[in-house]
Write a protein that binds this ligand. Structure first.
Ligand SMILES: Nc1nc2c(ncn2[C@@H]2O[C@H](COP(=O)(O)OP(=O)(O)OP(=O)(O)O)[C@@H](O)[C@H]2O)c(=O)[nH]1
Length: 318
């Protein structure tokens, strides 16, 4: 087991002006909607949840959608989903893989059920004679626009693997009796916990350059080793046990042919490739948020960035 220490990293906050405006707009529009659908990333269900949003919208039933479940460990996703459901009032969850169109039907069914229960609680006796209205919110890049497009099929919302693609609110009428209010991705103000921030960087909810790609790659490696997730690294030629952290990058650079003039490995390009591979799901299913807290255990320390890193890894297959 390898343990990593990232305690030297400073907080990584990101709260540009358009997010403040978007938060105010959400408050204003709240009275128009029946259910607030909060998307999170199944790899980081809590780090990417933005609990502040749940508080702001707590007068409405909440549907938590754990999206990108294709990239997370199934059992842990279910554990987290049940945990979140029990934590918040008037709340239910759906697990989705928008990319594979998985879980879409459950969204409409669960939203309708939440509305029914909410109306009953408020003493409403007649059915709702208008389309149901959902607001969709969450931190950047969790898949809000992709989900809307998947539900809509008309592909009206812009998507992209970068945070902050959606900049304003927009109402979208679905063919079904349902209307959706899309909102821009919103981070909580202030600095999240260090590990939480690193996770938000890895999933592209925070701009990776704000945190630093080298640091994110080191963090990704720490997670891959913690999960004993070696398959993709092996496919890139990395031999285990790894003696030196730099070996990982130089091996991958050689494999990919990333060279600088003079045949030096192009580490920057290699780091970008590794992060892109992670975004593309090449590391397989890996849940980053681990209950009960976010602290990595620390009996073996990785010194970064100036010291060489010795990874004392045993690989059972070798
Ligand atoms: N693997 C995987 N990727 C997904 C899934 N859903 C969305 N994505 C990808 O995630 C990236 C971000 O998706 P968007 O729909 O643009 O995210 P967003 O939340 O609208 O982003 P902002 O506009 O920044 O708030 C895109 O590259 C999508 O293709 C999913 O279920 N699985």
């Amino acid at each position: 087991m390898i343990n990593f220490d990232f305690s030297f990293v400073k907080g990584v906050g990101w709260y540009p002006g358009h997010m403040l405006k978007a938060t105010r707009d959400i408050r204003k529009q709240l009275k128009l909607v029946d259910v607030v659908m909060i998307l999170t990333d199944a790899r980081t269900p809590v780090s990417a949840l933005n609990e502040g949003l749940i508080k702001i919208t707590s007068t409405k039933p909440t549907l938590i959608v754990l999206n990108k479940a294709d990239l997370a460990e199934d059992e842990k996703t279910l554990d987290w989903a049940e945990h979140l459901k029990s934590k918040y009032e008037n709340c239910d969850y759906v697990i989705t893989e928008t990319i594979n169109r998985r879980g879409l039907k459950q969204i409409t069914n669960t939203a309708r059920q939440l509305i029914k229960e909410d109306r009953k609680k408020k003493g409403a006796t007649r059915p709702l004679f208008r389309p149901i209205r959902l607001m969709i919110a969450g931190v950047p890049n969790v898949g809000k626009s992709s989900l809307i497009n998947a539900l809509n099929r008309k592909k009206s919302a812009r998507t992209g693997p970068r945070p902050g693609v959606t900049r304003s609110q927009q109402w979208i009428t679905l063919a079904d009796d349902m209307e959706l209010l899309d909102t821009p991705g919103i981070m909580p103000p202030g600095n999240p916990l260090v590990e939480c921030g690193l996770r938000l960087g890895l999933i592209n909810a925070v701009k990776q350059d704000l945190i630093g790609k080298s640091l994110l790659v080191t963090y990704l490696m720490s997670q891959a080793f913690k999960h004993e997730n070696y398959a993709y690294l092996k496919s890139l030629g990395v031999a285990f046990p790894v003696k030196d952290y730099d070996d990982i990058l130089t091996t991958i650079a050689a494999k990919m042919g990333y060279k600088l003039p003079g045949d030096e490995p192009d580490i920057r390009k290699t780091e970008e490739f590794i992060l892109r591979s992670y975004t593309d799901g090449k590391f397989g299913k890996m849940t980053l948020d681990t209950p009960p807290d976010f602290q990595a255990p620390g009996d073996v320390k990785i010194l970064w960035p100036d010291a060489k890193i010795n990874l004392d890894i045993e690989d059972e297959e070798n």
